[in-house]
Write a protein that binds this ligand. Sequence first.
Ligand SMILES: NC(=O)c1ccc[n+]([C@@H]2O[C@H](COP(=O)([O-])OP(=O)(O)OC[C@H]3O[C@@H](n4cnc5c(N)ncnc54)[C@H](OP(=O)(O)O)[C@@H]3O)[C@@H](O)[C@H]2O)c1
Length: 274
Amino acid sequence: MNPPQLFSLAGRNALVTGASRGIGRALAEGLAAHGANVVCAARTTADLETLTAAIQAAGGQAKALSMDVGDRDSLPAAAAAAEACFGPIDILVNNAGVNFREPLAEISGEHFDRILSINVAGMLFLTQAVAKGMMTRRSGKIINVGSITTGFGLSNLAVYTLTKGAVGQLTKALATELGRHNIQVNALCPGFIMTPMTNKLWSMPHMQEWGQRRIPLGRIATPADLVGSAVFLASGASDYVTGHSLFVDGGFTAGEPWPIPIGGGNVAPPGEIA
Ligand SMILES: NC(=O)c1ccc[n+]([C@@H]2O[C@H](COP(=O)([O-])OP(=O)(O)OC[C@H]3O[C@@H](n4cnc5c(N)ncnc54)[C@H](OP(=O)(O)O)[C@@H]3O)[C@@H](O)[C@H]2O)c1
């Protein structure tokens, strides 16, 4: 029996932004492992070359592309350069993103402009450039990387949270606009993932302890935990899914275990509550 091809990305061309490390790197490797030809984009070309060499060594197809998503005017040319690598882009993964953790009183205009230029404007204008060809071909998959904060508040992250909330709404708006062109637009919303952006945070014992207690699945994730959902959203398996924000967060946004008295009035530790 031949294995089903529902999740196969063979022959599809993908562009992944922010592929030089962290989540983007894992998504680029994961899409390539499922057959896609992957254009790996970011600003740090040395890291991209290391990644593309690793993908090729594993039998996949990948090319590196220098791109600054925060430079809005450069994005039409960047999209054209991406299409020159393997051909028209079938799958766009808008993953590049930045974060500054700061309380309201310390938010600077400079940081505000920087986060919005990458997390929101870069996502919108790169999508505009890539979606043009998808509309002509009447086919495309757009995956916008959101966050827990796409649908949930976290303190000292006001600007990041507003950008990731915008990712969720942008995803819905574009899903309604591009649906008639057979383009699916979805958001992939990671929970707490160990990456260069967050390693320092999660190496703090009190943060680890909080995460293990607060996340129903009881652990901080790795970028590899996101690959299955990304492949789903990039493949034919999700052809009737659009405008959706898929939270891959160990259950964080579903709620939390609580020490409710059970049985004879005992307080069960969170992990033991059925
Ligand atoms: N880690 C988490 O827990 C977590 C949770 C929820 C959501 N996310 C989201 O997931 C995405 C990736 O996060 P991460 O944790 O993997 O971050 P990371 O380790 O800091 O990696 C960020 C990536 O984005 C690229 N990038 C940054 N600015 C860019 C720009 N102006 N133009 C092009 N590329 C740029 C970086 O490459 P260069 O510096 O080489 O350009 C790098 O490849 C972000 O959108 C983030 O908000 C992360």
